[in-house]
Design a protein around this ligand. Structure first.
Ligand SMILES: Nc1ncnc2c1ncn2[C@@H]1O[C@H](COP(=O)(O)OP(=O)(O)OP(=O)(O)O)[C@@H](O)[C@H]1O
Length: 272
């Protein structure tokens, strides 16, 4: 479904991703983890077609990503970005309807099917009560949820999320991931960049740890989430234990052993 081979990508000639080989099969729910600056967003940008690789290949459902037209790509991959601003004059409904872009006719008018998809996405995400609210008048968490509704409204087989739950309270985070799991069980392939290790371990079957623009570990959650591994990734001391209800690995940092702010696995010059 998603295949990267020898993927190198970056900005202005500076390489951030330094040779990524990945294969994500249909229906997987994958957490993308790693320190600040390790390349998670950059990888998602490449997978959504926003950023062109410097080298290597990226295939989506067997198609070389660079050969897909933007509308074709948008019909296959939806993304919830880490950074997006509310647009003045745009209601939640009009934001969510933007997800229908790949299906619009040349006239660009929304039809009943588009409106039904938007309504369904707003219902599922709990945004229906805010349907007529201006996006500029939403809280941070509400706006993030509206972006998820837009992505679901896009009706794609692949969903990429970049810290989509970062502004949500703990209960809404779990609710968002419950919904993603439901969608995943129905066939949606989900790749979610997330800083919350424990959230990722609770909801994702597979974890990919990036560090310095490379894959440091990749595998089933219960296999790769070990104390040694997370300490290596984040360069700080962890206590790892089993979730008392689900048995999923969970980790908490042990205070006083950090590497200092800005000392993560970034891919800046001189690192890696
Ligand atoms: N538009 C850009 N132009 C130049 N450099 C960039 C740009 N966006 C990101 N970078 C750099 O690329 C590197 C990887 O950034 P990226 O956003 O992919 O990391 P990340 O793992 O998503 O980080 P975070 O966890 O902080 O969101 C960083 O060194 C960052 O400074």
């Amino acid at each position: 479904m998603i295949e990267c081979c020898g993927l190198r990508a970056g900005y202005g000639g500076r390489e951030v991703l330094r040779g990524i080989d990945l294969r994500i099969v249909r229906g997987e729910m994958t957490g993308l983890l790693g320190p600040n600056g390790s390349g998670k967003t950059t990888l998602l940008h490449v997978l959504s077609g926003v950023l062109k690789p410097m080298a290597g290949t990226v295939r989506i459902a067997g198609n070389e990503i660079g050969e897909l037209r933007p509308r074709q790509r948008a019909g296959m991959v939806a993304a919830v970005p880490q950074r997006a601003g509310p647009v003045p004059g745009m209601t939640v409904t009009s934001l969510v309807l933007l997800g229908r872009y790949p299906y619009l006719s040349l006239l660009g008018a929304y039809g009943p099917q588009d409106r039904a998809a938007a309504q369904s996405a707003m219902d599922e995400t709990g945004m229906a009560v805010l349907a007529d609210r201006q996006t500029t008048a939403l809280s941070g968490g509400e706006f993030q949820t509206a972006l998820l509704a837009r992505a679901l409204c896009q009706s794609t087989d692949i969903l990429l999320l970049d810290e989509a739950a970062a502004n949500l309270d703990v209960a809404r985070k779990a609710a968002m991931y419950d919904l993603l799991r439901e969608k995943n069980a129905a066939g949606l392939t989900v790749v979610s960049a997330v800083h919350d290790l424990n959230l990722a371990a609770l909801f994702c079957d597979r974890l990919i740890f990036l560090k310095n623009g490379r894959v440091l570990a990749d595998g089933p959650t219960r296999t790769v989430f070990t104390r040694e591994r997370v300490e290596e990734v984040y360069e700080t001391t962890f206590h790892v234990f089993a979730h008392p209800v689900t048995g999923a690995p969970q980790g908490v940092v042990v205070p006083g052993h950090g590497g200092g702010v800005g000392a993560g696995g970034g891919s800046g010059p001189g690192r890696g």
